[in-house]
Design a binder for this molecule. Structure first.
Ligand SMILES: [Zn+2]
Length: 1023
């Protein structure tokens, strides 16, 4: 007989889906079901237990969006299914629960947690994991409760259709689900095993070349199996069918077969298309499943990141946490990632990025007594070039991602490589070539991993993270069954269950010199995430700087005045800020509920930190009527020393003048610059008098508000597509322009623009003694799918822009010579962007903007025009149709004639508004640094609460630096430590301790040698 591959494919497919699947259970007996709908937010088990339950039947409509319904299941196991306390050989008794599961991906629909009546968690039920084995048949009785969550499918059919379901206020009361069958059932284990055999063999057959011997052998075996098995009696013939398949399943893998370390995993977004309260339940459900699976499979390993998720389980499910703790000790439940959450890495500031690692590693050390050695970020939207150094300084050796497989334009050339950061630090990095972090261990995925693996010539292995994520339930018994069949199978990679640590240890030994990728790993996708949900971003930036101030003044008050340092409060506020840096919160890609909560939590953080600040500054400055300025910045400012408190120095600068121009515009001047504003509030001319240089190219206008159409092809909140540039409206006409403040020290012009339903008010200020022009933009935003940019064309010939990132800056080309350059059409910067040519540059700093673009063009006279634009606000409709509506406040500082050093200073200045208090005395800083290129990023007390002072600093110019740090309090030891404040073997610090009459005195110094962008943490023990 001839075998037609296509016809056979269809034949075997129908056999599996129709005959085998329907024979997985021999019998079903319906259970009695009663239900109680929780009136509002979820309640604990004990509260649910005592409620009045009403009878329900299959088809019962339940579950409005975000609701919870408790189902009580009771019934008897038929006596025929129990033979001496166990199910008959080849069978198993299970409760099967269909909550009304749809075809939507698990994790994006209904989910349930199964409890015993005494409050023990059994496991979860989800679409592809909805059986609950009845392990104890002694009573013959079934009595279980299911806490069912009616989470809505926010993504809909298209993934991008606007929906009201993402906010409680708009989600509506309609039930979303119809209860399916709820039964106690007799599973045919042999048929199930046959099903697993078939999934593997049929899947592998389809992946093999049509002319391969192996494929022909598998096909032939499957054909013989179909002859042997009786489609009307699977129960009676499935063992014979399995016997026929045995030889093709026993045929071993090739000697050079790729090796897959299959790591059980569940990528649970800490908030996304659900709020954090549901994430907590998703974690509990998934981890319960994982523990259940571990009991049956002692070699199954589950890698789990995000200390925050463990902390939630510890708080809300302490019994489950203890079971996790046991499995961690046994090496089956493996904490990975070292971070508090899987954060975004484009936008968190330097100190916050460090604290993600500190908080994560400390939690794992304290709870489990272990040190994690990797950073695990499979899904964040690009990776900052500052990360390799921070990873190393946190005591980690390995980095894992895969997100750059989502690049729209270019393909990353490596999967196993060395990643070199902006300072030269290197870290072994792996991008699982399977290109997913929710594998099902299918033949298609495994063979793709092998084909795709760039380093397969020199490296044997790759990681495949498998398991449903986002509350879909994690790894299943089917996936483990697949892993066993793929362990040593001809034509497929060899699959071993294992942990990422095993993979990295093996790979380190295998490739002593991997290929190198240098600098940031820019995701060529999701560029809207630097701008979407701008208030969430503003909250992050503001909180980071408030934390800096609170720690600095708290530590200063502790050292100078013996005040208590607010360890607990600071930890709580940090944890909130770190959680909100999760890779769907800070990027603005969550539902409205999440962003409402984020904004609320930032307001609470600000309130708590302002209170702490008030306490420490009161302790520092005492009673009095002096007007004192607190300078939390790392550079002296207006006569106030860096990190100190002093009376403001009287300005000796030339006064600022304002005159009316012929066209109705205004001219502001202060002896350093002259600024000509049009009647619309744009800068027509910016003359840098110090350099006799026009900064705004002739024929162009700066400070132009530009409105773009913003309708991406997909992923609305995530994406800005380059096509947005094709349609633009310049908002040149102002409703009004007036001088609202005019004194010798400052002139402010207020300009009002109206567009659509939105109103934009700019306050443009020139101050005495400063060449920088400040623009404060208040937007009352009521547009949809529009992107508002603020443009500054500049007369500088810049081949590249510099953008601040954590502890340094990153250069990106201003041209689009190659596809890699062109893909960076929207970029992320922290507090500043700098463009320049030799001898002259311009810095544009900001408070709260992250999205930018920098383009080059040609001016009227043929010279290069470099245009820097800030992305102020957009208004995507998915997943939050109300995204960005309302008020936004952005501060921009345009600083002509600035180098990188001035940009760094401006960045701190713009984000640390002047803080003035009344008191009796100034305060000397705790430390002074001799070289302004060495920047103090944090001053705090040590995490171990020993009272040691910790100072974190970094080299900010990208050049080697030598500097002296002087301690202005008595110190008995100054030493270099890592981010976790543990001693480092370092030659970068040479200390000289000051003493007076044998006791420690102020004046101890540390001579520092820093390489470009080096981060150095000093631990100073007080005398
Ligand atoms: Zn994610």
């Amino acid at each position: 007989m001839h075998t037609d591959p296509d016809l056979f494919d269809r034949r075997i497919d129908r056999f599996v889906t129709e005959r085998v699947v329907s024979a997985l259970y021999r019998e079903h007996v319906p259970l009695t079901v009663t239900a109680w709908d929780v009136p509002d937010e979820p309640v604990p088990f004990v509260e649910a237990l005592g409620q009045g339950y009403s009878p329900v039947a299959p088809g019962h409509r339940w579950g409005p969006a975000w609701g919870t319904t408790w189902f009580h299941l009771t019934g008897e196991v038929p006596a025929a299914w129990v033979d001496e306390g166990a199910a008959p050989v080849g069978t198993a008794v299970e409760v099967v629960v269909d909550l009304g599961f749809s075809g939507v991906q698990p994790g994006f629909q209904a989910e349930g947690m199964v409890w015993t009546p005494s409050g023990e968690i059994v496991k979860a039920v989800s679409p592809y994991n909805h059986a609950v084995p009845v392990r104890d048949l002694s009573s013959g009785h079934v009595d279980l409760l299911v806490e069912a969550a009616s989470n809505p499918n926010i993504a809909g059919d298209s993934w991008f259709t606007p929906t009201p379901l993402g906010r409680r206020g708009t989600a509506g009361p309609d039930p979303l689900y119809a209860l399916g069958d709820v039964t106690v059932s007799l599973r045919d284990v042999t048929v199930w095993e046959l099903h697993q055999d078939l999934l593997v063999l049929v899947g592998l057959m389809r992946e093999l070349p049509a002319d391969s011997t192996r494929r022909a052998r598998i096909t032939a075996a499957l054909e013989r199996m179909l002859d042997v098995v009786d489609p009307h009696d699977l129960a009676g013939t499935s063992q014979a069918a399995r016997d026929v398949l045995r030889p093709v399943l026993d045929s071993p893998a090739h000697a050079s077969a790729h090796r897959v370390v299959a790591v059980g995993h569940a990528h649970i977004d800490s908030a996304w298309l659900w709020p954090t309260r549901e994430t907590i339940r998703k974690c509990a459900r998934t981890f319960a499943n994982v523990l259940h699976l571990m009991d049956d499979n002692p070699d199954f390993v589950f890698a789990c990141s995000s200390a925050q998720q463990y902390a939630w389980v510890k708080e809300f499910y302490p019994e489950l946490f203890e079971r996790i703790r046991e499995k961690v000790a046994a090496g089956q439940f493996v904490p990975v990632g070292s971070m508090w959450v899987e954060s975004d890495t484009n936008m968190p500031g330097g100190e916050a990025m460090a604290r993600q690692l500190v908080a994560g590693k400390r939690f794992f050390a304290e709870e489990f007594g272990l040190e994690t050695n990797d950073v695990w970020l499979p899904d964040s939207f690009g990776y900052s070039g500052a990360l390799p150094q921070l990873v190393r300084l946190a005591g980690c050796d390995w980095f894992l991602s895969q997100k750059l497989s989502w690049n729209e334009t270019n393909t990353m050339p490596h999967h196993t490589f060395t990643w070199e950061g902006i300072d030269g630090s290197r870290v072994l990095t792996h991008f699982p070539p399977v290109d997913t972090y929710i594998s099902r261990l299918s033949a298609a995925e495994l063979t793709h991993a092998e084909r795709n693996f760039a380093e397969k010539g020199v490296a044997s292995s790759s990681i495949v993270p498998f398991g449903w994520g986002d509350g879909g339930g994690g790894p299943t018994r089917d996936m483990v069954a697949a892993a066993r069949r793929f362990a040593d199978l001809e034509g497929a990679p060899k699959v071993e269950l294992g942990s990422p640590n095993e993979f990295f240890t093996r790979t380190e030994a295998e490739i002593p010199s991997p290929p190198v990728w240098s600098g940031e790993m820019y995701l060529e996708f999701h560029r809207g995430t630097y701008t979407s949900q701008a208030r969430t971003k503003a909250g992050n930036r503001r909180s980071e700087h408030l934390l800096r101030e609170t720690e600095l003044w708290g530590a200063t008050a502790a050292v100078r005045g013996g005040a208590d340092y607010p360890y607990e409060d600071l930890q709580a506020q940090w944890r909130t800020v770190l959680l909100n840096q999760f890779h769907d919160i800070l990027p603005g890609s969550s539902i409205g509920w999440v962003h409402e909560q984020a904004e609320q939590s930032y307001a609470e953080v600000a309130e708590a930190l302002e209170k702490l600040l008030e306490q420490s500054t009161a302790a520092l400055v005492g009673q009095g009527e002096l007007e004192l300025v607190l300078n939390a910045a790392p550079h002296a400012r207006d006569g106030v020393p860096a990190l100190g408190v002093a009376v403001l120095e009287a300005s000796t600068a030339d006064p600022v003048t304002v005159t009316v121009l012929d066209d109705g515009g205004r001219r502001l001047a202060n002896g350093l610059v002259q600024v000509d504003l049009t009647p619309g509030g744009q800068v027509r001319r910016l003359l840098d008098l110090r350099h006799d240089r026009d900064v705004v190219p002739a024929g162009t206008l700066a400070n132009v508000l530009q409105l773009h159409r913003d309708t991406p092809r997909q992923w609305d909140a995530w994406d800005i597509d380059v096509d947005y540039r094709r349609v633009v409206t310049d908002l040149l006409e102002a409703t009004s322009l007036e001088v609202v403040e005019s004194s010798d020290s400052a002139v402010t012009v207020e300009v009002v623009h109206e567009t659509g339903a939105s109103r934009i008010v700019q306050r443009i200020t020139l101050s005495a003694g400063s060449p920088a022009l400040e623009v404060v933009t208040d937007v009352d935003w009521h547009e949809q799918q529009k992107l508002l940019k603020l443009a500054f064309p500049l007369a500088v010939h810049a081949d590249r822009s510099a953008s601040e990132t954590q502890f340094g800056h990153v250069f990106r080309p201003t041209h689009s010579n190659t596809s890699w350059d062109a893909a960076k059409f929207e970029i992320c910067a922290h507090r500043w962007v700098h463009v320049g040519e030799p001898g002259y540059g311009v810095a544009i700093s900001n408070a709260v903007t992250y999205g930018h673009d920098v383009q080059r063009g040609v001016g009227e006279d043929g010279s290069t025009v470099t245009t820097v634009r800030q992305s102020l606000v957009r208004a995507p409709l998915f997943p939050d149709p109300l995204a960005d509506q309302g008020a936004h406040h952005v501060v921009t500082l345009l600083h002509p004639g600035a180098g990188i050093a001035e940009a760094v200073t401006d960045g701190y200045r713009t984000n640390l508004p002047r803080r003035v208090v009344r008191g009796g005395r100034g305060v000397e800083p705790l430390v002074q640094v001799s070289d302004s290129s060495v920047v103090v990023e944090a001053v705090k007390l040590a995490e171990d609460r020993s009272g040691d002072v910790v100072v974190r600093l970094y080299e900010s110019q990208g050049a080697q630096a030598r500097a002296t740090l002087t301690c202005l309090f008595p110190a008995v030891e100054i030493r270099a430590v890592d981010l976790l404040e543990r001693d480092l073997d370092s030659t970068d610090v040479e200390t000289s301790l000051a003493e007076t009459d044998g006791t420690a005195a102020p004046g101890s110094t540390a001579r520092l040698s820093l390489r470009p962008f080096q981060v150095l943490t000093l631990r100073i023990t007080r005398g």
